[in-house]
Design a protein around this ligand. Structure first.
Ligand SMILES: N[C@@H](CCC(=O)N[C@@H](CS)C(=O)NCC(=O)O)C(=O)O
Length: 236
């Protein structure tokens, strides 16, 4: 049995979609990263970097007799592919192609979209040159993916880890404030993968973020309506 330590984020979904695609049994251990669960001593024993996702594979033991822990989403995906023989071809060149596009996500798409989110969404001050830098670089990387998908259904031969890793991020492009409209092949690929049952199931781990955001928005509206009612004695 595998324990998955995760949260509702693109890096978390990379792990859950991979586990779903492989049909592996796993137990979800949801961390509240806004409350700092990922920095608690017990979790730091699993991932010294204090971030999600991470897994502990209890089918095998490490030197201390504990389950084998894997952190860094890309490493975790490769570990699971090697465990199951799925989503990563066995031949050296096929395998290299998948790993190239997986590393492209780990070193490019993830960090650039992550920083676009920080400066576009979360930072209290709007530092326009930083927003532009990360959004423009994200758009440039989308262009690279779009080129790779021209005439190809998937990034590296058959559907693979490379598609899962990039898709989990690219599908959240609106949150980073970057359009995929201009990238026809990328759009088609995003829509194709979105229909896969394992992708749909993986996005529900540890909960469906879109539903929760919608519910919170509705609650906020209700809260505001009630607050206005309290102030003026009627719907305002
Ligand atoms: N390179 C890491 C990045 C992991 C990462 O940044 N995870 C974020 C969520 S998407 C996190 O745990 N953030 C909480 C924090 O920074 O404390 C990986 O791919 O696993």
């Amino acid at each position: 049995m595998i324990d998955l330590y995760t949260a509702a984020t693109p890096n978390g979904w990379k792990a859950s979609v991979t586990l779903e695609e492989m049909g592996l049994d796993y137990t979800v251990k949801a961390l509240d990263i806004s409350e700092g669960d990922q920095k608690q001593p017990d979790f730091l024993k699993i991932n010294p970097n204090g971030r999600i996702p991470a897994i502990v594979d209890h089918d095998v033991k490490d030197a201390n007799g504990d389950g084998f822990a894997v952190f860094e989403s890309g490493a975790l995906m490769i570990y699971l592919a090697e465990k199951t023989g799925k989503l990563l071809p066995p031949d050296a060149q096929g395998r290299s192609k998948v790993i190239q596009w997986l590393m492209f996500q780990m070193g490019g798409i993830g960090p650039m979209m992550g920083q676009a989110n920080v400066f576009y969404r979360y930072f209290p001050e709007k530092i326009q040159p930083a927003i532009d830098r990360y959004q423009n670089e994200t758009a440039r990387l989308f262009g690279v993916l779009d080129g790779a998908l021209a005439g190809n259904e998937y990034l590296a031969g058959d559907y693979s880890l490379a598609d899962i890793a990039n898709w989990c991020w690219v599908r959240t492009h609106a949150w980073s404030g970057v359009e995929i409209e201009p990238f026809e092949n990328l759009r088609r690929w995003v829509e194709t993968i979105a229909k896969r049952p394992a992708a749909i199931a993986g996005l529900n781990v540890p909960y469906n973020l879109e539903e929760r955001m919608r519910a919170q928005a509705e609650n906020q509206e209700e809260f505001k309506r009630n607050a206005r009612k309290m102030l003026v004695g009627k719907d305002g």
